[in-house]
Design a protein around this ligand. Structure first.
Ligand code: HXC
Length: 258
């Protein structure tokens, strides 16, 4: 499908979704959110796709929700349409691994979009922030909840209340990102990471994603039980036998996603 606000490329088993509204620093307008949802739905249905990378430009991953689009809306508009709820649901229901590759600004909805991915690889120029307070509003796509879980209450409050930005080094130190790479290598590093994930058993990667995400939703004991049962259930798969046999026979496994 032809898109206007994103560029979608396929490299072997990895789909690259690049946000592409350079004149607005990739501000997330309704059209872009719809196109990301469509691209994800296509990636979900395409059996060849085993991992997704979501990225922006070198200057901006995304500088937030589109302020010009939001400015004229009333409470009734946003409440009655449940603004951003459908997009949030679309991100959450995506079952394949999705990596955010962040360079430059990831602000407001941009920071929230990155946090909705499974993990974030940051370039050394990345800047994260929840500056909605400067617009007289607050985070609306999960920022107050997810950032707090990533970096703790004190830093999250600081970020949301002052609107200050966090650089890549602080984001790494605080656990917001998995690692930092030089800006010029961000795309190739994220694609190589995705390709490595694509080599694994898709059943196991889906189970990992469900189990780690469950840790946010439940108590430790329930989470441990959920993990143990998923672990047990993987012993019903071909890929468990193959993975362990391959290790013992000192060869590469041939996973079949079953
Ligand atoms: C619409 C935006 C935008 C945004 C930047 N632009 N951010 N347009 N929505 N969120 C536009 C600018 O208006 C400008 O357009 C062009 O992109 C370049 O931006 P500049 O400001 O000229 O660039 P610079 O001086 O380098 O400053 C970069 C910046 C600044 C620090 C990122 O643009 C900025 O503060 N942007 C807003 C960040 C923000 O508040 N984000 C949160 C949004 S609210 P023109 O036409 O003038 O060239 C939000 C709510 C989330 O995200 C709730 C749920 C999703």
């Amino acid at each position: 499908m032809a898109f206007k606000t994103i560029i979608v490329e396929q490299e072997e088993h990895v789909t690259l979704i690049q946000l592409n509204r350079p004149d607005a620093l990739n501000a997330l307008n309704a059209e872009m959110l719809e196109e990301i949802s469509t691209a994800l739905s296509e990636a979900e249905q395409n059996e060849k796709v085993r991992c997704v990378v979501l990225t922006g430009s070198e200057k901006a991953f995304a500088a937030g929700a589109d302020i010009t689009e939001m400015a004229k809306k009333s409470f009734v508009d946003v409440f009655s349409t449940n603004l951003f709820a459908e997009f949030s649901d679309n991100m959450l229901k995506f079952r394949k691994p999705i990596i955010a590759a962040v360079s430059g600004y990831a602000l407001g909805g941009g920071c929230e979009l990155a946090m909705m991915c499974d993990f974030i690889i940051a370039s050394d120029t990345a800047k994260f922030g929840q500056p909605e307070i400067n617009l007289g509003v607050m985070a609306g796509l999960g920022g107050s909840q997810r950032l707090t879980r990533f970096v703790g209450k004190s830093k999250s409050m600081d970020m949301h209340l002052t609107g200050r930005f966090m650089n890549a080094e602080e984001a790494d130190r605080s656990g917001l990102v998995s690692r930092i790479v030089p800006a010029k290598k961000l795309k190739s590093d994220a694609m190589a990471t995705a390709a490595k994930i694509a080599e694994k058993s898709a059943i196991a990667t889906m189970a990992v994603k469900e189990s780690v995400n469950r840790s946010y939703e439940t108590t430790l004991n329930e989470g441990l039980l959920f993990e143990r049962r998923l672990f047990h259930s993987l012993f019903a798969t071909h890929d468990q036998t193959e993975g362990m046999d391959a290790f013992i026979e000192k060869r590469e496994p041939q996973f079949r996603d079953k």
